[in-house]
Design a protein around this ligand. Structure first.
Ligand SMILES: CC(=O)N[C@@H]1[C@@H](OP(=O)(O)OP(=O)(O)OC[C@H]2O[C@@H](n3ccc(=O)[nH]c3=O)[C@H](O)[C@@H]2O)O[C@H](CO)[C@@H](O)[C@@H]1O
Length: 364
């Protein structure tokens, strides 16, 4: 049983579900924790995945309630389905709750995107803590890169339980881009923003990290608005429904050449990224996608668990420095686009994950 609750988890677990379905001996099931019930459903439909469990997000406010409640609701789903193994992705509350509920029932846990570390428990918060807490509970550690594997070895994780497979976000990207090329109606919402940009440089921006306080959001807004002073630039910023979008909306709403739009579906987002000259984001998945697609990227974080993107020359770590955003953007816009990089994987991580699970659960 694969367990997901947020948009990025769904995006990264859809390829795994498809690879598991191709393994004749395995019968995959999918549990949606309800953490962000509204995002990512379109992708599940297009991938033809109907959740075997669509759980209600626990009622009440705060992360204590969310985590405790999901341990119970996911635990009950595991009691109903009694899976041979549980698969969790990344670092959200759903990831940790799913791993704990499985551990309480002695169901082995496969951790996809294992080993990402920023070495700073305050950022990303609470994800750095969550992904560290999942590690000792997991039987399989599917690490996206060698750096992630080395981090796990540094935490005394047995080498034979770690496999460097690549990040499944690259699998999803390859699959989605082939679907985009085959079907112009997919992600069609992107066309109006691409058309509006005309011959100008489209800059795709997303800001959703919770550790961004008001001063950080103001600095980011200032940086984007000073970038938008360039007449040859058009910034499109899909707003994350759960982030502090109210501040960004207030600060950027009427800025010329900045288009604030509601969060878009995955295919629309990829069409926008493909048409972009520059990506500016605090997102984890976007760091991986921009690097794999060959789009220059400014990372709106002080630290990142994706230093491979910086190493590949695709990304620059900007933090929340209001003047640095525009300065770095101007520099990037004067340079040629980077080559696509496979530093986050070759698009076959899911096959490796499915083959390992099949081999370990049902040895020939
Ligand atoms: C600390 C940290 O970095 N944690 C990350 C966090 O995920 P994230 O930071 O990647 O989260 P987002 O930025 O929300 O999602 C991004 C995805 O959404 C798509 N997208 C974007 C805008 C839009 O309008 N429409 C879309 O469809 C886009 O293509 C992309 O694939 O949790 C994951 C799960 O544990 C972790 O794996 C991951 O480390």
């Amino acid at each position: 049983m694969a367990i997901a609750g947020t948009r990025p988890e769904i995006i990264k677990l859809v390829p795994v579900m498809r690879a598991l379905e191709d393994e004749p001996v395995l019968r995959p099931s999918f549990c949606h924790s309800g953490q962000h019930a509204d995002l990512g459903r379109d992708l599940l439909n297009i991938a033809g995945i109907t959740p075997d469990e669509m759980l209600e997000r626990p009622s009440g406010e705060g992360v204590d309630r969310l985590l405790a409640g999901m341990i119970e609701t996911i635990g009950a789903a595991l009691d109903r389905h009694r899976p041979r193994a549980v698969i969790v992705q990344g670092d959200t509350a759903t990831t940790l709750a799913g791993a704990m509920a499985a551990f309480h029932r002695r169901i082995p846990v496969a951790h996809v995107e294992a080993g990402l570390r920023s070495a700073d428990m305050t950022q990303p918060f609470p994800e750095e803590a969550y992904r560290r807490l999942v590690t000792p509970l997991a039987r399989w550690h599917f690490a996206p890169t060698k750096a992630a594997r080395n981090a796990l070895i540094g935490e005394n994780i047995a080498k034979d339980s770690i496999k460097v497979v690549g990040n499944t976000v690259v699998d999803a990207l390859h699959w989605a881009c082939s679907r985009l090329d085959a079907d112009p109606s997919l992600g069609a919402e992107a066309h109006r923003y691409i058309a509006a940009a005309g011959g100008h440089a489209l800059v795709l921006a997303t800001v959703h990290r919770r550790e961004h306080d008001t001063s950080a959001l103001k600095a980011i807004a200032y940086g984007l608005s000073s970038l938008a002073e360039r007449r040859d630039v058009r910034i499109v910023l899909p707003l994350h429904p759960r982030a502090e979008s109210a501040i960004l909306r207030e600060l950027l709403a009427d800025m010329p050449r900045i288009e604030l739009i509601p969060a878009v579906d995955y295919f629309t987002f990829l069409r926008l990224m493909r048409a972009s000259r520059l990506v500016v984001s605090d997102s984890g998945g976007v760091q991986e996608e921009a690097t794999a697609m060959g789009r220059p990227l400014l990372v709106l974080r002080k630290v990142t668990e994706r230093m491979e993107a910086v190493g590949a020359g695709a990304a620059r770590l900007i933090g929340h420095d209001r003047d640095l955003i525009a300065a770095a953007a101007n520099e990037v816009l004067s340079q040629p686009m980077p080559e696509p990089s496979d530093v986050f994987g070759d698009g076959r991580a899911s096959e490796r994950i499915a083959r390992t699970l099949r081999g370990d659960l049902y040895p020939r």
